[in-house]
Design a protein around this ligand. Structure first.
Ligand code: A2P
Length: 323
C-alpha cells in the first residue's frame, strides 16, 4: 500500500505515482499498456502533461480499467500540467478542458504550471525562432497564470493546484500575490541533485515536493558518455546489495524518505511492480546521510531559464520531445 502525503489544502496524494513521459515520438502507444499494467499492480497516481502528447491514450486506458471494475475514479490521483504556450490567463481553462477531454475525466486531482516561463501563444507547442534556435517567449507573467489556476481550482475543475520547475525566487514572488498556496512543486530530484535547499524552502512554506527523474532518467535521448548516471553508480548498487533491493528501489526509497512524492516512469510490468515495492523496507539514518553526500549538482534536465538562453542550444534537438 502506497502511503499518502498530506497537502496544505487538507487533501492528500499518493507518495508514488507513474511518470508518463514516454520519450521520443513513436513510443506513445506504450503508455496505454503501461497505465493498465500500473493500475493492475496497484498504482493510483498518474503524472501526465498536455505536452507529452499522450493524454488521449492514457484516458482510454484509465476508462478501460474503470469499466472493467479494476479501479474507481475517486481512487485515482490524476495530475496534468498547463503547457508554456497556454499561460495567458484566458487560455488556462480551455487548456485544462482539453486535457480533461483527452483524459476522459470530469476533474483533475492536481493541475500544475509546467514551467514558470511562457512561450508565444498559438497552436505550435514549441515555437522556435529559426534564427536563434531558441524558444520564443511570451510576456505573460506566471503571477497572472496563477490567478487563472486559482479560478479553475475554485470552479472544481481540479481539486488542487501546484507548480513545476519553479526556483525559490519564483516561488517567493508567486506567494506574495497568491491567494492559494501551491500544494506541490514538481522538480528534478535524485541523489546527484537532492535539492536540499529548495526542499527546505518549499517545506517551510507548506509546499510538498514531487520528484521527477528519480532514477536519473537512464534512457534520456540527450545523454552523453560521462554524464551523470545515478542508477549505475556502484555505491547505490552496494547499498542495494545490503538491503536486498535493486538500485532503482534504493533511489526511490531515498526520495520517499526525504518526504517527497516520486514519479518513476516504466513501461515494463516487472519494473512497475519493483518500483512500487519500496514501502516494505527503510534506509537507516547513516545510509540516508551517506546518500546525501552524493549530491554533485548532477542535473540532467534543463532549468526553465535554459529554454531562453543559448545554454539550451546543445540540447535543443532533443528537447521538443521531453518537455
Ligand atoms: P523502462 O520503461 O524500460 O522500465 P525516470 O523515471 O528517472 O525518468 O527513469 C525512467 C527510465 O528508467 C526508463 O527508461 C525506464 O525504462 C527505466 N526504469 C524504470 N524502472 C526501472 C528499474 N526498476 N530498473 C532499471 N531501470 C528502470
Amino acid at each position: 500500500k502506497v502511503p499518502l502525503i498530506k497537502l496544505n489544502n487538507g487533501l492528500s496524494m499518493p507518495a508514488l505515482g507513474l511518470g508518463t513521459w514516454q520519450g521520443p515520438p513513436g513510443k506513445e502507444a506504450e503508455v496505454g499498456q503501461a497505465v493498465k499494467d500500473a493500475i493492475d499492480v496497484g498504482y493510483r497516481h498518474f503524472d501526465c502533461a498536455h505536452v507529452y502528447g499522450n493524454e488521449k491514450i492514457i484516458g482510454e486506458a484509465i476508462q478501460d480499467k474503470i469499466k472493467e471494475g479494476a479501479v474507481k475514479r475517486e481512487e485515482l490521483f490524476i495530475v496534468s500540467k498547463v503547457w508554456n504556450t497556454f499561460h495567458r490567463p484566458d487560455l488556462v481553462e480551455p487548456a485544462l478542458q482539453e486535457t480533461l477531454k483527452n483524459l476522459k475525466l470530469e476533474y483533475l486531482d492536481l493541475y500544475l504550471v509546467h514551467w514558470p516561463h511562457a512561450f508565444k501563444e498559438g497552436s505550435n507547442l514549441h515555437p522556435i525562432d529559426s534564427k536563434t534556435g531558441l524558444f520564443i517567449p511570451s510576456d505573460v507573467d506566471y503571477i497572472d497564470t496563477w490567478k487563472a489556476m486559482e479560478k479553475v481550482n475554485k470552479k472544481g475543475l481540479t481539486k488542487s493546484i501546484g507548480i513545476s520547475n519553479f526556483n525559490s525566487k519564483q516561488i517567493e514572488r508567486l506567494l506574495k500575490s497568491a491567494e492559494i498556496v501551491p500544494v506541490t512543486n514538481q522538480i528534478e530530484c535524485h541523489p546527484y541533485l537532492n535539492q536540499a535547499k529548495l526542499r527546505k524552502f518549499c517545506s517551510d512554506r507548506g509546499i510538498t515536493v514531487t520528484s521527477y527523474s528519480p532514477l536519473g532518467s537512464p534512457s534520456r535521448p540527450w545523454q552523453k558518455p560521462g554524464d551523470p548516471d545515478v542508477i549505475n553508480d556502484p555505491k547505490i548498487r552496494q547499498i542495494g546489495n545490503k538491503y536486498g533491493k535493486s538500485p532503482a528501489q534504493i533511489l526511490l526509497r531515498y526520495n520517499v524518505q526525504l518526504g517527497n512524492s516520486v514519479i518513476p516512469k516504466s513501461s515494463n510490468k516487472e519494473r512497475l511492480l519493483q518500483n512500487l515495492s519500496v514501502f516494505d523496507f527503510e534506509l537507516n539514518a547513516d545510509d540516508m546521510k551517506y546518500i546525501d553526500t552524493f549530491d554533485c549538482n548532477g542535473r540532467i534536465c534543463p532549468q526553465a531559464e535554459d529554454f531562453l538562453t543559448p545554454s539550451y542550444l546543445d540540447m535543443n534537438e532533443h528537447m521538443s520531445h521531453i518537455i
